[in-house]
Design a protein. Sequence first.
Length: 135
Amino acid sequence: MNTINMIKSRRITSGIVMLLLLLIAVSPAHAFRCGNKIVIKNMHEQQVLRACGEPTTIRHLGYAVRYIETPYRRRLSGGISSEYSPGYGHYTQEVVVTEYVYNFGPRKFMQRLVFEGGVLVSIETIGYGYHETGK
């Protein structure tokens, strides 16, 4: 009877571990490691290049329009200030959209990075890498 309970307990534990591993594998990437450096969203293109080196491929994807609102400080009575009024300082800006793909070899995942206006906005894992010929 004790052996049966141990087997059931191990099955449940292994099932939970497998479920957690699956959830981790499915979650979107918000960061990845280049050697001993970490690359995260909102980094500048030059910071990524410094951390990871030149990507395997670079593609210009086009342009995107971003709406930007600049806050302003307004003095209220009693020395209190307000930081933002909706609609004030609202303007649009066209930014370049660029894609970098890093191939770290057949035993590691490739990473697809999308930059808008030189700022990293998306990190996507796109499967295992490959051996590059001619290098």
